[in-house]
Design a protein around this ligand. Structure first.
Ligand SMILES: *Cc1c(COP(=O)(O)O)cnc(C)c1O
Length: 366
């Protein structure tokens, strides 16, 4: 008996390269795209360890939990790190980045998260890219949560290392990821004696043994099922149209925001300015006197499949996350989340108007 998941023909180098090319088209990039055989943290860490060292001065923008992790890796590499932390209910501005360069002209590396699924904000990468380019620093971007939900344009924005994963708005697998690498970034790695080599973390290995060899021989057996799932997910996005997929995420975010505001009882969007709210996921502030994680637990008791979560760590008390991404970027998912939250708030003794929330969400979707 043959099995769909097991008895597959081998995934060859040409097929692997064609999947890389499709991902490159999704990013509208002419840079090299390397698909990494692990979850997005693999290229996120690999790209920092490849380019940062004791001579690096890094501006690390923190708009959520991932920025904190990047700072830890950068320090571990011996880099001097200047953290630019902004409150999680806002985005960073290009002006703040410009001010950091004015104060520390030695900055030669900037790390930034585009959209934060964990805190619900999105940062103005195009404007920040202009500032970074003007100072000649290397620009590292985590676009895992933005790809598929809003435009991600590494070439147009001057991003040197753009990391994506398929598990959020692309609605794809979590076990493979990709990074686009500029010529400048490759040069920085080649000149870095501490860049990982002959290592699973190594981007240079892929450059020297895969790309420079004309993509004829893979470094090791590919994660075949994950690669096929990545290909299928890009195919599905191409068939629907990337713009259509992004529009669904924008509608889901607008509907969730409007619905929460109309719910009453003190439930409100966590990110105050709608322009700084990420299309990938919407965060809400739990009303005073309630605990976000308890509300989420009550809502999930209604339907455990709902894309709801409490904020991580200390945010668990105050933040509700509506993860309306990938297959959940639908009007139905938004409606179901608002309905369940309305029930949870009512159970907690808060007076809300779920019907008004659903009506506002419906109107905002279009
Ligand atoms: C989801 C996400 C990642 C991937 O990390 P996981 O914790 O494995 O999901 C990386 N960066 C950002 C900004 C993300 O939202």
């Amino acid at each position: 008996m043959t099995h769909l998941l097991l008895d597959l023909p081998p995934l060859g180098a040409a097929h692997f390269a064609s999947i890389e090319d499709r991902v490159a088209r999704l990013l509208s990039t002419g840079q090299d795209v390397v698909i990494m055989q692990g979850e997005a943290l693999l290229p996120l860490e690999g790209a920092i360890r490849a380019t940062a060292g004791p001579g690096t001065t890094a501006l690390n923008v923190i708009t959520g939990p991932y920025g904190q992790t990047f700072g830890d890796w950068l320090r571990d590499c011996g880099a001097t790190v200047i953290d630019l932390t902004v409150p999680f209910h806002t985005a960073v501005t290009a002006e703040q980045v410009r001010a950091a360069f004015a104060e520390h002209p030695e900055i030669d590396f900037v790390s930034l998260v585009h959209a934060e699924a964990a805190t619900g904000n999105t940062n103005p990468v195009a404007e920040i890219g202009e500032v970074v380019r003007a100072h000649g620093a290397l620009f590292y971007l985590d676009a895992v949560a933005s790809i598929g939900a809003e435009p991600v344009l590494p070439d147009a924005w001057g991003v040197d290392l753009c990391v994506i994963g398929a598990q959020k708005a692309m609605g794809g697998p979590a076990g493979v990821s990709a990074v686009s690498v500029s010529a400048r970034a490759w040069a920085r790695m080649a000149a870095n004696p501490r860049a990982p080599r002959r290592s699973y973390l190594s981007l240079l290995d892929w450059k020297e043994r895969w790309i420079d060899g004309g993509r004829k021989a893979l470094l090791h057996a590919p994660a075949q099922l994950e690669m096929l799932a990545l290909e299928a997910c890009v195919e599905r996005i191409e068939a629907a149209g990337l713009d259509t997929v992004m529009a669904r995420h924008a509608s889901a975010a607008a509907a969730t925001r409007a619905g929460a505001a109309a719910m009453g009882g003190g439930l409100e969007p966590y990110v105050r300015d709608a322009g700084e709210a990420a299309p990938v996921a919407t965060t809400l502030r739990a009303p005073a006197g309630t605990v976000a994680s308890e509300l989420v637990a009550r809502a999930l008791a209604v339907d455990p499949a709902l894309p709801l979560a409490a904020g991580g760590g200390t945010l668990a008390k105050e933040m509700i996350r509506v993860n309306h991404y990938g297959p959940q970027a639908t009007a139905g998912a938004v409606r179901a989340c608002l309905t369940a939250l309305g029930t949870a708030l009512t159970d907690a003794g808060v007076t809300v108007n779920t019907q008004a929330a659903l009506k506002a969400a419906e109107e905002a979707w279009h």
